[in-house]
Design a protein around this ligand. Structure first.
Ligand code: DGL
Length: 273
């Protein structure tokens, strides 16, 4: 078990991880909500996408990343990937001596709070949808809610390719949303942290009646509460620089990250496993 003095522990970073660029949506929400907190981000760009892999493989990767971030003495972890949250949360929490938040609980909280008609759509990777984690989490909060899910395996590669506003992306989004929208939902959970990068297209295709739930914003709100409850807020008064670690293609990651976060990355390092 790691030991820290209280001050060092409060100064420590929040560890955030995803299979690629998707978790940047969580970084952006955190930087808005908690600008003074230091973030260490890990994107497994060599092995993305995770969402089409088996639970065993995903759990193995998640354990490796968790240990890497714990080695950086983070004060808490955020699983900024619905796929890892859906299939590997328990095993991550088991090896972590620091608190772990995940995007599925945060997204389910928001969906149950927002829906008026109690008809909620969820889109995610095949692994997330097959795990049934969202319907369980949403109905655990309100058993009267009907959940309509759809796996969207092509969306993560389109985001990683940077095709955020491409005619092909729009066509594919329309095709994926059709069987969900036919159920007259009033709330659509973006059950993959890559999807908020497609928000303009998703919003247009879902139509004005449907509220979009972005679990990145919800998890940032939960993080602020957790730091307060545990007395873990940073004592620093200047915005902290974030560090980024990726397993491949750092230049491509840097380009997407800088465009999305709207600022240059101070520290980007490649990790070779
Ligand atoms: N962004 C991740 C998620 O939230 C994973 C996408 C993937 O690697 O397939 O599900």
């Amino acid at each position: 078990m790691m030991r820290y003095s209280v001050v060092d522990h409060n100064r420590a970073a929040i560890g955030v991880f995803d299979s690629g660029v998707g978790g940047l949506t969580v970084v952006r929400a955190l930087q808005k909500q908690l600008p003074l907190e230091k973030i260490i981000y890990f994107g497994d760009t060599a092995r993305v996408p995770y969402g089409v892999k088996s639970p065993e493989t995903i759990t193995g990767y998640a354990g490796q990343i968790t240990r890497f971030l714990l080695g950086k003495n983070v004060k808490m972890l955020i699983v900024a990937c619905n796929t890892m949250s859906a299939v590997a949360y328990d095993s991550i929490a088991l090896i972590s001596p620091v608190p772990v938040l995940d995007v599925i609980s945060a997204g389910a909280d928001a969906a149950a709070r927002i829906t008026r008609t109690k008809r909620v759509g969820v889109i995610g990777t095949p692994a997330t949808i097959q795990s049934d984690a969202y319907p369980r989490a949403i109905r655990g909060r309100d058993p009267e809610i009907s959940v309509f899910s759809k796996a969207c395996p092509l969306l993560v590669p389109l985001v990683e390719e940077g095709w955020l506003d491409h005619p092909a992306t729009r066509l594919i989004v329309r095709e994926y949303l059709a069987p969900v929208l036919v159920n007259s939902i009033d709330t659509l959970v973006l059950g993959c942290t890559h999807y908020p990068l497609l928000e303009p297209v998703l919003r247009q295709e879902a139509g004005p009646e449907v509220m979009l739930v972005d679990s990145a914003t919800s998890v940032a709100e939960k993080t602020a509460l957790l730091l307060q409850e545990k007395g873990l807020q940073t004592p620093l008064s200047e915005p902290a620089a974030a560090s980024f670690y990726v397993t491949d293609a750092p230049l491509r990651f840097q380009k997407t990250a800088e465009t999305f976060l709207g600022r240059p990355l101070d520290h980007l390092e490649i990790v070779k496993w």
